[in-house]
Design a protein around this ligand. Structure first.
Ligand SMILES: Cc1cc2nc3c(=O)[nH]c(=O)nc-3n(C[C@H](O)[C@H](O)[C@H](O)COP(=O)(O)OP(=O)(O)OC[C@H]3O[C@@H](n4cnc5c(N)ncnc54)[C@H](O)[C@@H]3O)c2cc1C
Length: 382
């Protein structure tokens, strides 16, 4: 029913099978309960860690694979997306977007302290860039770090931080220099740092299973050794990190769209209206064709993106175009799937209902549709 990946290897196939099995046995039987409860058990982080979910691009001494493979990243995200409660992936995903900067730019001491625990799922970590004054314009972030002897003193606020209530470690963007993109530095901050505090953001539209936090830095003293990468060069690190986050989101959206398609087809085969199954009505058949074509387009695009990324040529323009196209496709597919289900789709406890609630966070988080379009056009040299 779906486009075959021409680049798929036996290793990819085997990993997909094991992630699929994990999702079906460890997540799907409990997912609606966790969603309503607003959290997942911590044991799930550790079980997912044991599967290698966060091992990509991380050295073997910390439990990593010692190599990266964009296809494998995509497989984990797509199979998690298929479960239909994407907040569960998000609950663990704050970790995945913060591992990259720690592995790439952290000192030996920082990596020794935290990486093995984060990769194994024993401890949580989160990426803190967005502020109450805005998330799109990263170059203008306001949280300030001022040098004081051998330390830096951070003051400011971060908000919408995924995993922020449960994380032990944070990668925090703060202003250390002049205004603009060349004045931002990334810091490694531990949750037990005096001057650091956090509150939970409740009552979200979706992603109920994922904790989201506002973080407060009140004269939080951070040693100079906790700077990740070069001083004032954090903006570029953040932008590089976004690529893998966006690719993972595209893959997750493909999983979510497949769940919508499969559930609505199953329902359309069973449900009878006007004397025949829904699937025999032309309008419904056309909806299915439209949904399926959008999935094919985004999926074949993802294969190409992963292929280029693995070859060392991150296709930034393609990634940004795929990100906004995927969220537009998801919006369409979730809506059409729910329409096919009629009233049944509107009830809690089915994948289409929870996916429908999670459409917008994919259109806004990790670079909104507007920002992705702007980036794509800039990448075209315009
Ligand atoms: C559930 C959830 C989890 C999140 N997790 C994290 C996290 O873990 N870490 C983190 O750092 N952030 C996180 N975010 C924040 C997310 O990345 C931001 O919400 C996003 O970048 C947009 O920022 P903003 O909400 O401040 O919107 P703003 O930047 O204020 O923009 C508002 C709207 O205006 C549009 N807009 C902005 N500028 C322009 C322009 N020049 N032209 C046209 N339109 C424009 C935007 O696209 C958006 O639609 C999360 C958000 C949500 C909702």
């Amino acid at each position: 029913m779906y486009i075959a990946n021409p680049f798929e290897t036996p290793e990819h196939k085997a990993i997909r099978e094991s992630v699929k099995r994990f999702v079906e046995t460890e997540i799907m039987p409990n997912m609606f309960e966790w969603d309503e409860f607003g959290a997942i058990p911590w044991a799930l982080h550790e079980k997912f860690g044991a599967l290698g979910a966060w091992a990509l691009g991380v050295s073997e001494i910390y439990g990593g694979l010692g190599y990266d493979d964009c296809f494998i990243r995509a497989i984990f995200s797509e199979e998690m997306g298929k479960c239909g409660v994407s907040g569960i992936g998000a609950a663990m995903g704050g970790r995945s977007i913060s591992i990259g900067p720690i592995e790439a730019y952290g000192s030996q001491a920082i990596k020794d302290k935290c990486l093995a625990d984060i990769v194994a799922g024993r401890k949580g970590s989160a990426l803190a860039i967005t502020e109450p004054s805005g998330g799109s314009d990263v170059a203008r972030l306001k949280t300030k770090a001022v040098k004081d002897g051998n330390d830096w003193i951070i003051n400011g606020e971060k908000t919408f931080i995924t995993g922020g209530m449960t994380a032990d470690y944070f990668v925090v963007g703060a202003r250390t220099g002049d205004e603009g993109m060349m004045g931002v530095t990334l810091f490694f901050v531990e949750a037990n740092t005096p001057g650091f505090s956090r509150t939970a953001i409740k009552r979200k539209m979706g992603w109920w299973a994922s904790d989201t936090a506002t973080l407060y830095f009140n004269d939080a003293r951070i040693p100079t050794g906790n700077i990740l990468g070069a001083l004032n060069m954090g903006f570029l690190s953040i932008m590089n990190n976004f690529n893998y986050e966006r690719i993972s989101m595209v893959a997750a959206m493909i999983g979510m769209m497949k769940a919508c398609l499969e559930d609505s087809i199953a329902y359309a085969k069973e449900r009878e209206t006007f004397g025949k199954p829904l699937i025999r009505h032309q309008v419904i058949r056309h909806k299915i064709a439209d949904m399926s074509s959008r999935i094919d387009m985004i999926e074949s695009w993802l294969h190409l993106i992963c292929h280029h990324a693995n070859a060392g040529n991150m296709p930034v323009a393609m990634v940004s175009k795929a990100k906004f196209s995927a969220s537009k496709a998801l919006e369409f597919v979730a809506s059409e799937a729910m329409q096919i289900m009629g009233g049944a789709g509107y009830l809690r406890g089915n994948r289409i209902e929870s996916i429908y609630r999670d459409v917008k966070v994919h259109a806004i988080g990790g670079g909104s549709e507007e920002i992705m379009r702007g980036l794509a056009v800039r990448q075209m040299g315009l």
